[in-house]
Structures are given as structure tokens and as C-alpha cells.
Design a binder for this molecule. Structure first.
Ligand SMILES: Nc1nc2c(ncn2[C@@H]2O[C@H](COP(=O)(O)OP(=O)(O)OP(=O)(O)O)[C@@H](O)[C@H]2O)c(=O)[nH]1
Length: 323
């Protein structure tokens, strides 16, 4: 199945799940979701911006301070448009460079200006001819030490928030781990292993392959080939924009081309392209497939066993298009 066929197959499922979430059904029953988790500065937002094609807030300290549901909708008739919503606020805009400002504004409104976090969800829906069809939730990065102005238990608060999302058996856990750290010590992977010991719903993304020390490539290959910490869904290695490229104003489109060139020319990693274990494009396809597998069961059958009759009836109408 090519990417367009896959997208056509995935879209109705994603829309249904997003509609269910928007009317609060996720409080009553777990919905299939992709949650992005990682230690602080592991590269979560960089991966999401490569997938979405738009720059997201970045900086030092905790940048993602509220769960951000990123809904990507492919529509060939639309150049680019976005809607950001949180609590009772809804803002529509059509300028990609405005995303950072709107997300920061939403985070400040929910979590206050500064360094605190909040559990309320911000939804950012991007419709464009160039995005892939996916919905993911970005979560705050796990931090070990509180910085000035943060409550002492900030680390525990973040882990608590992450746990709420990843303990749901229908959540695909996307763990982001930099290649240049010891994978066994990453808190995010440990948390994923606690709730998913077999790794059946955990997919790991290795970032920053350009920053590893010479000689460490063999170790990274062993990890990607699932020989170090086994995960049923396996590993994908990606290269995103580094600080230098951001300072030079490299566009995300350029960064995607550069990513492909990086792997093509890499002495050790080029074989991973053939094996479909490298690049953000390959990651997007894997995620679409994983999401379809997770929600393939007929939603109405699933709901019959799990929901109250009122909700069940609402959803059956939704599924048949009368909602
Ligand atoms: N060289 C290089 N740098 C990268 C790569 N991916 C991310 N970075 C850099 O790593 C830093 C942290 O990346 P972010 O995407 O902000 O990390 P994050 O996990 O979202 O951070 P928090 O939300 O604060 O936890 C940024 O300066 C990125 O430019 C990569 O593949 N290569």
C-alpha cells in the first residue's frame, strides 16, 4: 500500500477518535492515541516539527508545559490552515510562523507564565496538502531537577502526567531517546517498560545521530536492530534540525532533504534506509500503520462492551455518519 492509500485508510479512523476525544469520551473509555514521551531535550518537539512541517516552541528548560494534541490532516485542496483550541478558546490562523506564538499563548493561559505545567489539553489542528495524516500528543519532557521558580516535585508532577497517558492500553508510546546517551538510563524508556514490559505498544525513536562519538555507531546499530532493549514495535532513527541549523534559518523542508542525504552518505547507517528503520518519513508510515492496527476493531463493537448506553448510542450515530 502506498502512502496515499494508507492515508485514505487512516483518515476516517483518526477523525472518529478525535471527535470522540473532543466530546470528552476519553474520560470514560481509553481511546487509541500516540503519546510522545522523552527526557528533557531529547528531541521530541524536533521530531514533531519534522512530521508536521511547522516550527514548534523550543528553548531551554521545560518547553512543552501542557499536553499538546497535534492533529495533522492531509487535504490536497488546502494550502495551510490551523486551528488551536483550549478550554473555551478557539483561534484560527493560516500562517505557519504563527504556531509558536499561539502555542506559547495557550501554555501561558493554562499553566501560567513561567515554568509550571498543567494537565489541560491544547489541541492544534493543522490541515495542509503536505502533512501526513496523524494525531499525536506531545507531553512535557521528564526533568530530574527543579530549576528556579519550579516546585520541588516538578519531576514527579511530569511523570504523573505522562503515566496518565501511557498506562492506557490503547496508547502507542513513542519514546524519544538521543543516540548520544546511554539508552538504558533514560527515564522515558523506563516508564514505558513499566507499563508495557513486552514493548508491544512502544516504538522508540533515536534522535541526534549526527552527534554520536566516532566508534559508537556499532552500539547504535545494535540498538536499532533490537539487540539491546527489545521492543516489539522496534526502533527508528531520525535526524532533525540541530541548534546550528536553526540559527542558520534552515527550513524544515530542507532539513528533511538533508536527513535523507545524511543517511544515504553515512558509512554505518546507510543500510538502515533499505531496512526502513531510518528517516522521519519512514517513522510517519510506521505510525500510521500502528494507529490503524490499534483502531481496526470496529469502534461500535468495542464500545458495546465498554460504554454507557447513551455514549454508545452517540458514537454509533457518529460512526454511521448521523452525528
Ligand atoms: N544535532 C542535532 N540536534 C538535534 C536533533 N534533534 C534535536 N536536536 C536539538 O536538540 C535540542 C532539543 O530538542 P527539542 O526538540 O527542543 O527537545 P524536546 O525533547 O522537545 O525538549 P523539551 O520539550 O524541553 O523536553 C534542540 O536544540 C534541537 O535543535 C538532531 O537530530 N541532531
Amino acid at each position: 500500500m502506498d502512502r496515499d492509500q494508507l492515508a485514505e485508510k487512516v483518515r476516517p479512523f483518526i477523525d472518529l477518535i478525535d471527535d470522540m476525544r473532543s466530546i470528552g469520551i476519553d474520560k470514560e473509555l481509553p481511546l487509541p492515541t500516540i503519546a510522545v514521551v522523552g527526557d528533557q531535550s531529547s528531541g521530541k518537539s524536533s521530531v514533531l516539527e519534522t512530521l508536521s512541517g511547522v516550527a514548534l516552541p523550543r528553548g531551554t528548560g521545560i518547553v512543552t508545559r501542557c499536553p499538546l494534541l497535534l492533529q495533522l490532516c492531509k487535504d490536497r485542496t488546502v494550502k495551510w490552515e490551523a486551528v488551536i483550541s483550549y478550554r473555551d478558546k478557539v483561534n484560527e490562523f493560516d500562517e505557519p510562523s504563527e504556531v509558536v506564538r499561539y502555542v506559547e499563548q495557550a501554555q501561558n493561559a493554562l499553566a501560567g507564565k513561567g515554568v509550571g505545567i498543567c494537565e489541560d489539553l491544547i489541541t492544534l489542528k493543522i490541515t495542509s496538502s503536505t502533512v501526513c495524516d496523524l494525531s499525536l500528543i506531545d507531553l512535557p519532557g521528564i526533568t530530574r531537577v527543579a530549576v528556579k521558580g519550579q516546585p520541588d516535585d516538578i519531576g514527579a508532577q511530569i511523570k504523573n502526567l505522562i503515566s496518565k497517558f501511557i498506562k492506557n492500553k490503547r496508547t502507542i508510546i513513542l519514546v524519544v531517546v538521543p543516540c548520544n546517551v546511554d539508552i538504558a538510563t533514560t527515564e522515558a524508556l523506563k516508564m514505558a517498560q513499566e507499563v508495557d514490559p513486552e514493548g508491544t505498544r512502544t516504538l522508540a525513536i533515536l534522535t541526534k545521530p549526527d552527534l554520536i562519538d566516532r566508534g559508537a555507531e556499532k552500539n547504535v546499530l545494535e540498538i536499532v536492530h533490537n539487540k539491546v532493549i527489545f521492543l516489539n514495535m522496534g526502533y527508528v532513527i531520525v535526524k532533525c534540525r540541530g541548534q546550528k541549523q536553526i540559527d542558520e534559518n534552515m527550513s524544515i523542508t530542507c532539513a528533511i532533504e538533508e536527513e535523507l542525504e545524511f543517511f544515504r552518505n553515512h558509512e554505518h547507517f546507510r543500510s538502515l534506509l533499505r531496512e526502513e528503520k531510518a528517516t522521519t518519513k519512514c517513522l510517519a508510515t510506521k505510525l500510521s500503520n500502528a494507529l490503524v492496527n490499534e483502531i481496526k476493531v470496529s469502534p461500535t463493537t468495542y464500545l458495546t462492551v465498554s460504554c454507557s448506553s447513551y455514549t454508545q448510542c452517540t458514537l454509533e450515530n457518529m460512526w454511521s455518519g448521523t452525528y
